[in-house]
Design a protein around this ligand. Structure first.
Ligand SMILES: [Zn+2]
Ligand SMILES: [Zn+2]
Length: 178
């Protein structure tokens, strides 16, 4: 750089800098500069790029919500009843739901699609998991401590499958959509 006269950040007129946005050429201070795969850019340019990158319409978010709610109901009911298969089937369910959403929204990218789908998967499972707590409340009246113990251990295992399903399915879906 042969430029000797001092530059001042476009966002902070008092801050001297030697950096320029490599897209629009605006002087930016290190605080404003955003490191991108193609070099330092100003916040305005990064925002403009993201607006092009994220193309999903509001309708896409509605589709994503409906699809994830509809598909995660059978996925949850089946996968959480197949024992240790949850380790393989829950990520597969997450990927399947994410791919269905991507396909039905024309593969447009949405900044918040991953969040909508994750919420859909969690909201579907939540009522069932809350209902599952009811029998535990009546446990003291279940009769012999032995029977209660057997019930509790199988209940805990089922809860573990539920939690595993949620973590693995949501994780896999988010990884697909982000
Ligand atoms: Zn710029
Ligand atoms: Zn600045």
């Amino acid at each position: 750089m042969t430029e000797e006269e001092p530059l001042f950040c476009v966002n902070h007129p008092n801050v001297e800098t030697r950096l320029r946005c490599n897209r629009c050429g605006a002087p930016i201070c290190p605080k404003c500069a955003i490191r991108t795969p193609v070099g330092f850019r100003c916040p305005q340019c990064v925002k403009a790029q993201q607006a092009i990158f994220y193309t999903a319409s509001p309708v896409d978010y509605i589709i994503a919500a409906v699809v994830s709610l509809v598909l995660s109901l059978p996925a949850y009911l089946i996968v959480t009843r197949l024992g240790w298969f949850v380790f393989f089937l829950a990520p597969a369910a997450g990927v399947g739901i994410a791919e269905a959403v991507r396909w039905l929204t024309g593969r447009r990218r949405g900044r918040w699609t991953w969040l909508v789908v994750a919420a859909g998967i969690v909201l579907t499972a939540l009522p069932f998991m809350l209902l599952a707590f009811l029998p535990v409340l009546f446990l003291p009246t279940a009769g012999s401590p032995g029977r209660a113990g057997v019930f509790l251990s199988s209940w805990l295992l089922q809860m573990a499958y539920n939690v595993l399903y949620l973590v693995l399915a949501v994780g896999a879906a988010i990884a697909r959509l982000r």
